[in-house]
Design a protein around this ligand. Structure first.
Ligand code: LLP
Length: 407
């Protein structure tokens, strides 16, 4: 699709997604695990667009949700997919647990003893048995940004693996619970596959013990976290097919002939590289020795560079023929942290040109905000030769609609 035409028709900043690429990524995952019983539960938080959820549900995916809001998104996208939902998160509320019980989801990934008691109580009231897995903390270190690493003992997530056996035993006494699985998630944007294997190995050790204790563990949830190539490391060549093959091999090697149904929660891997944020250059200014390219997209539209010093490749939509120069690509938001790239050498661009921030399909729009009272971008989904607006641009009226003057 011609991004210039799309930008003209729909305005900028604009998120553009490729349906084909998302389907392809899901197929890679499905193919790599086809030899065993498994369900891919896409992590809705990565990109929560209803259209993308529907596309994935139609292709057979399940979902990993972390809120009642995300549950409602899955319901709207596909009622049939509700039975393929796992519910993660350290702070589930009563209404969210009740809604998930009512929807008949597959599994609650429970992150504390207090949450387990609450789940037991709500299930009893509803007259149902809640299938749960404890999310255990295997204390495996995985190289990633500290903000998105989760598998260590001192993190807020999960329950120390050494505590798990005792808690499962206690759960057995509560009639409304079904100890159906064990789950783990060690972090996000993890590019080595070994930590996934190490974590799963520890989980399987626990599964064996739990079975000896008489629990019928049928599900092993290996979490998400498989990293993608954002292009900052030229020496690492990551073809997505090879990456998912290595990941599957690492997990399947430790699974051995363990018969449990494997759950996987990829988010970023399925959608990141299917999306770009297209933005128009408002100004080019020089301050001191630096050249700043000011785009109409800002940190409120894509916060990853500001929050994690994340690298995103940025390319001019039309390759200009001139020389390259080192520039800072910055947004209009009133914060020095509002940048997409610093000292980035790229072809010389000018006011009015379009640039595409690549690999923006995951944790882009889903983390967007109205900071500086800026409306969130429109989103379009390209599928073959069709292109649909899947979310219209947010207006000032939309942003003010919930507010009231006192008195
Ligand atoms: N499962 C659980 C329990 C999670 O907490 C997450 C992500 C996933 C699955 C999916 O992980 P993925 O496959 O996408 O790596 N905003 C950050 C990423 C935060 C990840 C939070 N949890 C970023 O932009 O890099």
């Amino acid at each position: 699709m011609d991004l210039t035409a799309l930008a003209k028709e729909h305005g900028t900043p604009l998120y553009v997604y490729s349906a084909e690429q998302i389907r392809y990524r899901l197929e890679l995952f499905e193919g790599a695990f086809s030899g065993r019983a498994h369900t891919i539960c896409y992590a809705v938080k990565a990109n929560s667009s209803l259209a993308i959820l529907k596309l994935l549900a139609d292709a057979g995916a399940g979902f990993d949700i972390v809120s009642g809001g995300e549950l409602e998104r899955v319901r709207r996208a596909s009622k049939a997919a509700l039975k393929r939902v796992v519910f993660s998160g350290v702070g589930k509320q009563v209404w969210e647990i009740d809604a998930a019980l009512k929807a008949g989801i597959l599994l609650f990934n429970v992150e504390s003893e207090a949450e387990l008691s609450l789940l037991a109580e709500r299930a009893k009231l509803a007259g149902v048995k809640a299938r749960f897995a404890l999310r255990v903390n295997p204390d495996v270190f995985a190289e990633t940004h500290p903000y998105i690493s989760t598998g260590l003992r001192d993190h807020k997530f999960g329950i120390a693996i050494g505590e798990a056996r005792r808690i499962y035993r206690a759960a057995k006494k509560m009639g409304s619970l079904d100890a159906a699985g064990v789950s783990v998630h060690i972090g996000s944007q993890i590019r080595q596959v070994e930590p996934f294997g190490a974590a799963l190995g520890r989980v399987l050790g626990l599964v064996k013990e739990l079975r000896e204790d008489g629990h019928s563990i049928r599900y092993v949830d290996a979490g998400g976290g498989l990293g993608i190539d954002y292009g900052m490391d030229a020496s690492a060549v990551f073809d997505p097919a090879g990456q998912v093959e290595r990941y599957a091999a690492a997990l399947l090697a430790v699974m051995g002939d363990e018969g449990a149904h494997l759950l996987l929660e990829p988010g970023r891997f399925l959608v990141a590289q299917a999306g770009a944020l297209v933005s128009r250059i408002l100004f080019v200014k020089k301050n001191g020795t630096k050249t700043f390219v000011v785009t109409d997209a800002g940190m409120n539209d894509l916060i990853r560079p500001a929050l994690y010093q994340a690298h995103h490749e940025i390319v001019p939509v039309k390759q200009p023929s001139g020389a390259s120069e080192a520039v800072d690509i910055v947004g209009p938001v009133c914060e020095s942290g509002d940048f997409f790239a610093r000292d980035r050498v790229m072809p010389k661009v000018k006011v009015g040109d379009l640039v595409a921030v690549l690999d923006a399909g995951a944790y882009g729009m889903s983390l967007a905000s109205n900071y500086n009272t800026r409306g969130r971008p429109a989103e379009v989904l390209v599928d073959g030769d069709r292109c649909d607006v899947i979310r219209r641009r947010e207006t000032v009226k939309d942003m003010l609609a919930l507010e009231r003057m006192p008195g």
